[in-house]
Design a protein. Structure first.
Length: 385
């Protein structure tokens, strides 16, 4: 008979996750998952189904963004029952300084190119390859980490709802952790910076600017994020986090919704509508007010997080800035109209990288700034504030 005064960890583990009120959270999450309400991968798979007329993933983040701007307009106008004029609404959703910028033409071209589905197919294929290889590597070397086996067994004994919830949270956090270091590497490496500066050269932020990434840069950041996420899922979950799916590549089905959600979050962090959640929450979540600092020309080596700002706080790269203070955006190497078209934007970074490798000319290290629009001596640009 158990002594009521003794500490039994297994008893409290069972009370916490099976009998306690916290179990309602796991059951609610399990119900949502089973009914497909949180299945972001369903939206993603729909993107490749030619039998479906409307590809939701292609448009739903933009619809959410426009809806958010609409709410912002009504809140700012203080007249929720009066519809705005088309001109005023357009100025909120797509301000003149955004749509008239030379870099916005590249954003549109890269977004249209993305509609051909090749980048998404490569992204999904790469994630699946990492899932299969990562799961195999962990299973082959699990004996080297015997302590993790006990943690894994304890997690896999939890109710299915808790397993789903823990798997999602672990995947979300570890992907962001790997992405943080990949993103930071793209700034610290002179070679990788030649590809990543395509994302930074613009002197204004907009939602479509989040797709203006060079494939080489994406390969680095996504691979590090995927590897961290898949290894964590394979280490802590016997079936990759989804016991209701086949064991082969099972972690892929947990990782895929995380990737889809991060794509949507990335759209909002690049919004031209700069808002903050306050000094405390901005140290936890990446908001437009946090990410705009990363694009500054003058404030360097800060705010690398994709969705979570905790990594920047932990590793000393977090910087807070008053959104009311104007920020100069872009880089010092060239101006906003440098890239004439998508072909030049994709191929010129290879030339610049070869110049760095061959050492034919000196390229200053870390001559770039954080995010915003600003003014310089040559070209007058609007400011963010």
């Amino acid at each position: 008979m158990r002594n009521e005064h003794s500490f039994d960890p297994y008893f409290w583990w069972h009370r916490l996750f099976y009998d306690g009120p916290a179990n309602l959270l796991s059951e609610a999450y399990r119900t949502l998952v089973e009914n497909g309400f949180l299945d972001a991968s369903a939206l993603w798979r729909q993107f490749y189904d030619s039998s479906i007329t409307f590809d939701f993933l292609r448009w739903y983040s933009i619809c959410i963004y426009v809806g958010g701007c609409t709410i912002l307009y009504f809140a700012a106008a203080g007249r929720p029952l009066i519809l705005p004029s088309p001109a005023k609404f357009l100025e909120i959703v797509l301000p003149r300084n955004v749509r008239s910028a030379a870099s916005f033409k590249i954003d549109l071209q890269m977004y249209v190119a993305g509609l051909l589905k090749l980048p998404q197919v490569m992204r999904v294929a790469g994630l699946f390859m990492v899932s299969v290889v990562g799961q195999y590597v962990v299973s082959a070397h699990a004996h080297l980490l015997p302590g993790l086996r006990h943690v894994s067994e304890a997690i896999n004994e939890l109710p299915e709802g808790w397993q789903h919830l823990f798997a999602f949270l672990i995947a979300f956090l570890t992907f962001d952790f790997g992405y943080y270091w990949g993103h930071r590497l793209c700034h610290r490496s002179q070679i990788l910076w030649q590809f990543h500066k395509l994302h930074h050269y613009s002197r204004q932020l907009n939602m479509l600017g989040s797709v203006r990434h060079h494939p080489i840069e994406v390969l680095v950041t996504n691979t590090l994020g995927d590897v961290a996420m898949i290894l964590a899922l394979s280490l802590f979950f016997e079936y990759g986090g989804r016991p209701d799916l086949p064991e082969f590549g099972a972690a892929f089905w947990v990782a895929l919704p995380v990737v889809a959600i991060n794509i949507v979050l990335n759209r909002f962090t690049h919004s031209h509508v700069v808002f903050s959640l306050g000094p405390t929450l901005d140290r936890v979540f990446v908001t437009p007010a946090v990410h705009v600092i990363h694009h500054s020309r003058d404030i360097r080596d800060v705010n690398y997080g994709n969705a979570i700002a905790i990594w920047d706080v932990m590793f000393g790269t977090y910087h807070q800035h008053d959104v009311r203070t104007p920020i100069k955006l872009g880089i010092t190497e060239f101006d906003d109209g440098h890239y004439r078209n998508i072909v030049q934007a994709l191929f010129e970074p290879f030339k610049d990288a070869f110049v760095v490798v061959l050492g034919s000319r000196r390229i200053p290290f870390m001559r770039w700034g954080a995010a915003g629009s600003g003014e310089n001596a040559e070209t007058r640009e609007p400011t963010v504030g």
